[in-house]
Design a protein. Structure first.
Length: 118
């Protein structure tokens, strides 16, 4: 499975961006789809997740500003990011999780560098 997205994007403080991630197979095959990010000097953290049933969860720092969504027809995961702040600057990764029997299998996008300038 391959997950493809942009390599780099940027905007100014308070701006908006939408990240997308296209899967090479049906996204209905996955238990969860998620977006992670890794800021410079920090560990990668999950910021948004959507379950197979459509329930979405967010970390507090992006709640109300970011929206995760998916399009089954296009096998695409999205992250709409509004009111961007410099602290949102990071490499963003899409993630897809399925289980092989009881073993979790994770698929990762190559990462999109998002830079928010003040």
């Amino acid at each position: 499975v391959q997950l493809q997205g942009l390599e780099e994007d940027w905007c100014r403080l308070g701006g908006s961006l939408t990240l997308s991630c296209v899967a090479s197979r049906s996204i209905r095959d996955f238990v969860t789809l998620a977006w992670y990010r890794r800021a410079s000097g920090s560990q990668r953290e999950m910021i948004a997740r959507i379950t197979h049933g459509g329930k979405a969860d967010y970390i507090d720092s992006v709640k109300g500003r970011f929206t995760i969504s998916r399009d089954h027809a296009k096998n695409t995961l999205y992250l709409q990011m509004n009111d961007l702040k410099p602290e949102d600057t990071a490499v963003y990764y899409c993630n897809a999780l399925r289980f092989d029997d009881l073993d979790p299998v994770n698929y990762w996008g190559q990462g999109t560098l998002v830079t928010v300038s003040s």
